[in-house]
Design a protein around this ligand. Structure first.
Ligand SMILES: Cc1cc2nc3c(=O)[nH]c(=O)nc-3n(C[C@H](O)[C@H](O)[C@H](O)COP(=O)(O)OP(=O)(O)OC[C@H]3O[C@@H](n4cnc5c(N)ncnc54)[C@H](O)[C@@H]3O)c2cc1C
Length: 479
């Protein structure tokens, strides 16, 4: 008889595991606490009450890129004509000026005041020509950036933005995040550009990306359809509650659905829910439980979605807003990803506002937040006030795993707590506490499924995906 696999979480990693397993005839059940699949990659459809027209909003600006050709091919095959291939256009709005992203030195030199750009250049040259003076290991984000870009560029482009995104000072944020996310070569190009040399590595940026016509969540709705045809059961609005363990083997679990408790047996459990939550179910007396101020923390994100009666606002798919006086970190115009994200002649904006779960920003009512946002947008030169049709918020409680100094030891501690369970795999962005993209989450899900298929559960929990010591942006999207 085929084995019964229960998967906690119907995001990219959970669905990808189910796809792999159900294709081979395993009995798969997914337990998902939200009302739709996709996790952080779900798309919310919002109907304008006056016109009954649909607007679509992702939870933050999502795009699909990957270096894994096999994965790209499977998504291209799955989506067919529903998948668009788009050109990336990003900008940074800072002190009243718009800079291109990735940063161009010539842009900086021509737009910043001469005094400031000279200071930035001198700082940069100092750390580039005499790296030995500051050569202590870059453990923190701050020291990593200072050692590569100098103080002036750090203070202008990184310090405020990083504080806003993470809610902690860059000197207590681990350098791990910088290693994978900051394009150092872009800054070296500055020198080449200014001395008239040829640009080098910019070409390696993922300029193109894939995006489905009906929002990023369409990929995951489509996968859900495939796996249901294979017999997979998906319980929505179902929250995992308790696991039943006998002799280090998980025999089953309970979950709450529609106010009722249900139970299910399993031969294997794949979990993609936040690692601290899983650990507290598997090892309820764990000393590594999330503790205020000292344990693993997730940064939440609140999204303010604004419906606008205008055909278009901007040319940029992403606009970064580093200054701390503005509440948002990024502004997105969903229609620039797919024209189907807003009705003809109309558009929308989606603002990413990092916060902590249940803090003042998370809890404030929509009207107060909207008024604040409209003021910020005006100060940034985006005057949409008179054209707003409606607005509403969406929320991601587990938006970003916070890589504070020491987080790795905490993750290892939790993995050790759950390690004795022989038939349990924890994976994905939340399950391994890794700042990864959706393609990496999908590959992790596939990897988890293959361990079950091959009967190799004794392999290490923390496979290498998402721990690469390189910039992920440098990967190309095309086949
Ligand atoms: C603002 C933002 C922008 C992003 N942009 C991009 C991008 O452009 N490109 C890209 O590739 N990636 C992007 N990402 C990352 C991408 O969203 C994630 O890598 C991906 O969603 C991770 O998939 P996952 O399945 O591992 O986790 P998740 O998507 O978080 O899925 C976990 C699932 O578990 C469910 N769950 C949690 N607890 C329980 C419980 N107790 N019981 C049942 N279910 C539970 C959740 O509801 C969720 O559906 C972005 C992320 C954010 C926050």
């Amino acid at each position: 008889m085929k084995k019964q696999v229960v998967i906690l979480g119907g995001g990219p990693s959970g669905l990808s595991a189910a796809w792999e397993l159900s294709n081979l005839g395993f009995n798969v059940t997914i337990i998902e606490k939200e009302s739709q699949v996709g996790g952080l990659c779900r798309t919310i459809t919002y109907q304008d009450i006056h016109t009954q027209q649909d607007f679509r909003f992702d939870l933050g600006g999502h795009r699909f890129i990957s270096r894994n050709k096999n994965l790209i091919q499977s998504i291209v095959d799955l989506m067919g004509d529903e998948l668009l291939c788009l050109e990336r256009k990003s900008a940074i709005r800072l002190h009243g000026k718009t800079y291109r992203y990735p940063l161009s030195f010539r842009d900086i030199a021509t737009k910043m005041s001469p005094g400031l750009s000279l200071r930035a250049m001198v700082d940069y040259l100092k750390i580039t020509l005499f790296p030995g003076r500051n050569s202590q290991a870059s453990r923190s984000f701050e020291s990593w950036v200072l050692q590569r870009f100098g103080r002036t560029l750090y203070e202008i482009f990184f310090e405020g933005y990083t504080k806003k995104v993470w809610g902690i000072h860059p000197n207590v944020l681990s350098a791990d995040w910088a290693v994978q996310r900051i394009p150092v070569l872009a800054f070296r190009d500055i020198i080449r550009e200014l001395t008239g040399g040829r640009k080098r590595k910019h070409e390696a940026y993922a300029k193109q990306f894939y995006y489905p016509k009906r929002g990023i969540g369409q990929i995951f709705e489509q996968i859900a359809g495939e796996i249901q045809q294979n017999g997979t059961i998906i319980h929505l609005n179902a929250k995992a509650r308790e696991v039943f363990i006998e002799n280090h083997v998980i025999k089953g679990l309970s979950f709450l659905k529609g106010g009722h408790q249900e139970t299910i047996d399993c031969d294997y459990l794949i979990s993609t829910i936040p690692l601290p939550e899983l650990a507290s179910m598997v090892a309820p007396n764990s000393r590594f439980k999330v503790m205020k101020g000292s344990g693993l923390r997730f940064r939440a994100v609140r999204f303010l979605n604004i419906l606008i009666d205008q055909p278009m606002i901007s040319q940029n798919t992403w606009t970064y807003v580093p200054e701390e006086r503005f509440i948002m970190t990024r502004i997105q115009e969903p229609k620039l990803r797919s024209p189907d994200n807003a009705p003809p002649g109309k558009t929308s904006l989606m603002l990413e506002i990092p916060c902590n779960y249940m803090d003042a920003t998370w809890c404030v009512d929509d009207k107060t937040l909207f008024e604040r946002v409209i003021k910020d947008l005006s100060a940034l030169g985006i005057h949409v006030g008179p054209h707003v049709m409606d607005y509403f918020s969406t929320y991601a409680r587990h938006g970003y795993p916070v890589y504070h100094l020491g987080y790795r030891e905490q993750v290892e501690g939790l993995l050790q707590q759950i390690a004795p369970c022989k038939n349990l795999i924890t994976t994905g962005r939340q399950g391994l506490f890794r700042y990864i993209f959706m393609d990496q989450a999908m590959l992790m899900g596939r990897h988890a499924a293959r361990r079950i298929i091959a009967g190799k559960l004794d392999e290490t929990q923390s496979e290498e995906i998402g721990l690469e010591n390189e910039l992920f942006e440098g990967e190309v999207a095309s086949l």
